[in-house]
Design a protein around this ligand. Structure first.
Ligand SMILES: [Mg+2]
Length: 441
């Protein structure tokens, strides 16, 4: 029996529910539903006009319905009257295939057919900025190497503590908070979990950080590169694959502690990275972060070549510890569901075809890249990424060619809108268009 949301509302004194979904561009959309109406909504879903969001639909399409997943319920720790729910989209009684949460669930299903589950954790970096987005909120945060700066961290104690307290209350097991490598940039880490739970939490985390920052008179942004001279907002993922309680990525006898299955999975990721950049680095602004010149702190901490290594942050994939790897490609604008779905789809191809990632490279890739001219490079801008996605048979097969076509169509219309006024140039300052369209990503 699914949980009864009406009963839960009464027991927990919830007055309103936010029935939410994320569209293809990662925008979080919701209806605010009074608890008295949640019984019917739980059965039938909340109605939305699909064309009004970033989904490939027309104004003539039927209504789509967001059917809430009761397992995703979160009572807002900072406003207990409200319960937040992730929902799955349906139209004419069928799941909307090109909706991100359903895309992820499809990949999870394919994995479970092999009796495997992916677990992951995400590291969502963000900046605290001024209301207009032109400057950092903390005028004193000006060190050239500000990473882990205690004073700048503690000037934001009230906000950081409130967010961390919320995560403690929600049972996410947060374990550390710090000032990151750019001025005004922070990161907060919580425990890894099943990929769907992590994706829902990732969506909620962004909503929570933005909401609580506003409450404290600040603005938070996950934009990949709001300031050209500073390190950008990454969204690294730590990945492992399990069968029940057994970590199938772990092999204590291997030098880096990874199993054959893990290397095949890695091979799949490396084989599909160029096309996956369209999901992992989905905005025009994303390409200021990868293949970028060094920042004020001395390093971008983001990749440019497709390579893997041991515990070394200059490569796209780092194996910091036995039994897992860290994929450092994604940025703050990545859609939380497509991030997880893309990793699974690529990893499954690697497992199915027993792909070999080659040998790990143990070098400082920021300096030594010229020694490896044959390494595949990451796309240099969104157009290249979209072209690579368009050519990817593997991803069309994994998600369905209609879904990929829809994604590309919407992305192309966005690029067209940008090009009316701008030219993408990494050496020029971040454009107003990028800020207007990405600061709230
Ligand atoms: Mg970080």
């Amino acid at each position: 029996m699914p949980k009864n949301l009406s009963k839960i509302a009464k027991a927990k004194k919830i007055k309103y529910f936010l029935i939410s979904f994320v569209d293809l561009f990662g925008v979080l959309r919701s209806k605010l539903v009074p608890a008295q109406a949640i019984g019917d909504m739980q059965k039938d879903g909340a109605g939305f006009a699909g064309f009004a969001t970033w989904l490939d639909m027309t104004p003539a399409d039927s209504d789509m319905f967001g059917v809430p997943d009761p397992d995703s319920l979160i009572q807002l720790p900072w406003n207990k009257e409200i319960g937040w729910l992730a929902s799955d989209l349906y139209m004419d009684g069928k799941p909307v295939k090109a909706s991100p949460r359903i895309m992820l669930k499809e990949q999870i299903k394919k994995m479970s057919q092999k009796k495997l589950q992916m677990k992951s954790g995400v590291e969502c970096e963000y900046f605290l900025i001024s209301e207009d987005g032109h400057s950092l909120a903390d005028k004193r945060d000006i060190q050239s190497k500000p990473c882990y700066d205690q004073s700048a961290l503690m000037r934001r104690y009230d906000l950081i503590k409130e967010i961390c307290d919320c995560m403690l209350e929600m049972g996410w097991k947060p374990y550390q908070n710090d000032h990151e490598d750019a001025n005004g940039q922070f990161e907060m880490n919580w425990d890894y979990s099943d990929s769907l739970i992590t994706a829902d939490r990732h969506v909620f985390f962004k909503f929570m950080v933005k909401s609580l920052a506003e409450k404290h008179g600040l603005r938070a942004t996950f934009m990949p590169k709001p300031f050209s001279n500073l390190t950008g907002n990454g969204c690294h993922a730590h990945v492992s694959v399990w069968n029940g309680k057994i970590n199938k990525f772990l092999d204590n006898k291997d030098q880096l502690g990874l199993s054959k299955l893990a290397y095949n999975f890695l091979g799949g990721i490396m084989n599909n990275t160029q096309a996956l950049s369209a999901f992992f680095n989905p905005t025009i602004n994303s390409y200021r972060r990868i293949n970028a010149p060094p920042t004020k702190s001395g390093a971008t901490w983001s990749p440019s070549s497709i390579s893997y290594t041991g515990n070394n942050r200059t490569h796209m994939i780092r194996i910091p510890d036995k039994g897992r790897f860290e994929l450092r490609l994604m940025d703050g604008s990545a859609n939380p569901y497509l991030l997880q779905a893309g990793i699974i789809a690529a990893g499954l191809e690697g497992i199915n075809k027993k792909l070999n990632p080659g040998k790990p490279l143990h070098c400082n890739m920021y300096e030594d890249y010229k020694k490896y001219p044959k390494l595949k490079k990451l796309p240099n801008d969104i157009n290249q990424a979209i072209a690579m996605l368009q050519n990817s048979k593997a991803l069309s097969k994994a998600f369905g060619s209609d879904v990929i076509k829809s994604y590309i169509k919407l992305k192309k219309s966005e690029i067209k809108n940008f090009k009316v006024r701008n030219d993408f140039n990494k050496r020029k300052p971040v454009s107003q268009w990028e800020k207007d369209n990405t600061l709230d990503c």
